[in-house]
Design a protein around this ligand. Structure first.
Ligand code: HEM
Ligand SMILES: *[C@@H]1O[C@H](CO)[C@@H](O)[C@H](O)[C@H]1NC(C)=O
Ligand SMILES: *[C@@H]1O[C@H](CO)[C@@H](O)[C@H](O)[C@H]1NC(C)=O
Length: 516
């Protein structure tokens, strides 16, 4: 009997303690006088997102709209059981990303050099390590380097035309073709390999690339928890990258590096620049290193670091650009006058450049760039940006103090769909980005590449790759929606990047025979 009583007492105490913990944990924002979004114990605020019933972008957009209409400066959320802070006011967003960057240096995403070497890349690295690597890698993305790689990029459009002709029929899944195109581009620019996924859709590169983004329920659950509560997962020493993907990429990069060093092969791509950094600590034609007075030794990178960077260039580079191209073509199919105008521009610019698509020619395609920007506004591939507070921060104009370790999410999708900044936000209107209208744009309302010192390092390359792909397609093909096209587009709930759910079918026909 005594044992029974003791057990009962233990049980009652546990329940009481759990209850007290829940009460305390989920009253965090209330105690700080921050308006709190409705939440449920255990699942937190974005319950449907956690349960993978709703896309992250959709859930965030709803929250943004609700609190913006209440005139809130910010709102307090719970992700699972961790607190999350969401700024709404764009001046506050600017403070966080740029002005007071020193308080928000990191993203607070998963990184574990030991258990998962591929996770130690620029996107996830923190503090000093990030800063050092960012300085080393910045010279690989200058416009001079883009010019150097341009040829390699245009080369990949040949395979694109071939596949388009082969698959011509009733309608085609354009998302898949473009995914194969950007896989080839990044494969040849980041890894120096001809991955041939345009010709061979089952190529290992394409399969592994897809595996990073198309996950099953359990893999995605791991990622959701990693995103919502990375601290918890770090303690468990779990690798985010699936073992087969990780082995594949590590081997590919290491083999290629070894081959080039042994045979003295030099190619015009990112990998070559990374190898130079490894061996020389600088890029030979770069004065900047000398100026900054960094010894070459300190500035060099290791083979493992090369692998992780090549991997993030691949991960960050192919899906973002191919979804942007997909959404662009979808919108152009629905808005035929805009498509015509873009095609006219491509033709006129090429005529001025003797029919050759050069770096300078691409730079001159301004209207095409407006189309890409309008696509990135409506469909930002990263609908939410994250930061973590690295130094206590008093939110300007309030008495709220964000503690060190507090995570933040910046609602890019909300800001870019806000009628205050973009009247009729549902309308696809590239003229929003015309020379004239751009002058009236409010700063920090267009964030598809992020901003501040953590801004996308590959933005130039991403823009260039998207432009080249679209120019090559518009020149020779006319696009239309078909009966098979799903409308409106549905977003994939099992992904943090903004992906369409299922395929995107478009109809097209050849209208010219122009080789680039
Ligand atoms: C249309 C194409 C692309 C889009 C929309 C895009 C978007 C973004 C965004 C939103 C961020 C986070 C910025 C922030 O937190 O403020 C980012 C970071 C990053 N992106 Fe991109 N990206 C694109 C293409 C690329 C390409 C082609 C590469 C590499 C070749 C790349 C490499 C990276 C890296 C390494 C980071 C982390 C930078 C750092 O933390 O220092 N991205 N990108
Ligand atoms: C984490 O895993 C790696 C390799 O899987 C191992 O080397 C390391 O010792 C582990 N660390 C902890 C704290 O368990
Ligand atoms: C498109 O957006 C990028 C990134 O914000 C910007 O640098 C570029 O000037 C924009 N181009 C146009 C035509 O608006």
């Amino acid at each position: 009997m005594e044992l029974f009583n003791a057990l009962l007492l233990l049980l009652a105490t546990s329940i009481l303690l759990i209850w007290l913990w829940l009460k305390n944990n989920y009253s965090y924002w209330q105690r700080r006088n921050v308006e709190t979004a409705p939440f449920s114990y255990l699942f937190g605020t974005l319950k449907d997102v956690t349960l993978q019933k709703e896309a992250f972008s959709t859930g965030t957009l709803k929250l943004y709209k609700k609190y913006k209409s209440k005139g809130a400066k910010h709102v307090g959320l719970y992700f699972l059981w961790e607190t999350m802070y969401m700024p709404i006011d764009v001046d506050l967003v600017k403070s966080i990303m740029q002005v007071d960057f020193q308080h928000f240096v990191d993203r607070g995403v998963y990184v574990n050099e030991k258990a998962d070497p591929l996770s130690a890349h620029l996107f996830s690295l923190e503090g000093k390590k990030w800063k050092l690597l960012r300085n080393k890698l910045t010279p690989t993305f200058t416009s001079g380097k883009m010019r150097m790689m341009f040829e390699t990029l245009v080369e990949c459009t040949k395979g694109l035309g071939k596949v388009m002709d082969e698959e011509m029929g009733e309608a085609v899944d354009i998302k898949d073709i473009l995914g194969r195109f950007t896989t080839d581009v990044i494969g040849s620019c980041a890894f120096g390999l001809n991955c041939n996924s345009l010709e061979n859709p089952k190529s290992e590169f394409r399969e592994k690339g897809k595996a990073v983004f198309e996950k099953d329920f359990w893999e995605n659950l791991k990622e959701v928890i990693l995103f919502l509560a990375p601290n918890f997962m770090k303690k468990l020493n779990i690798s985010l990258t699936p073992k087969d993907v990780s082995d594949f990429f590590l081997n590919v990069v290491k083999d290629t590096v070894a081959y080039r060093e042994k045979e003295g092969v030099v190619r015009k791509d990112f990998l070559q620049l990374l190898i130079q950094l490894k061996n020389k600590g600088k890029l030979v034609d770069d004065e900047k290193v000398a100026e900054e007075n960094i010894t070459d030794e300190e500035n060099s990178i290791t083979l493992d670091e090369i692998c992780a960077q090549a991997f993030i260039f691949f991960e960050a580079g192919f899906e973002t650009s191919s979804t942007t191209m997909t959404f662009s073509l979808y919108e152009l199919s629905k808005n035929k006058e805009i498509q015509e105008k873009a095609r006219d521009e491509v033709r006129r610019v090429l005529e001025r450049h003797q029919g050759k698509l050069t770096y300078d020619a691409a730079m001159e395609m301004r209207y095409l760039e407006q189309i890409i920007n309008e696509t990135l506004r409506k469909y930002p591939p990263l609908p939410v940006l994250n930061r973590i507070c690295t130094k206590e921060y008093r939110v300007p104009g309030t008495d709220l103090v964000l503690e060190k370790g507090q995570r933040l999410m910046i609602p890019v999708i909300g800001i870019q769909s806000d009628p205050e900044y973009y009247p009729e936000p549902e309308k696809f209107d590239p003229d929003r980005f015309s020379e004239e209208n751009k002058k009236n744009m409010k700063p920090y309302t267009f964030l598809p590449f992020g901003d501040g010192p953590r801004v996308c390092i590959g933005a130039r390359f991403g823009m260039m790759q998207t432009k080249v792909g679209l120019a090559a397609l518009l020149l020779n093909y006319d696009f239309e929606v078909s009966e098979k096209t799903k409308e409106p587009i549905d977003f994939e709930p099992k992904s943090f990047v903004m992906l369409t759910k299922g395929d995107v079918w478009l109809k097209y026909r050849r209208i010219a025979e122009i080789e680039l």
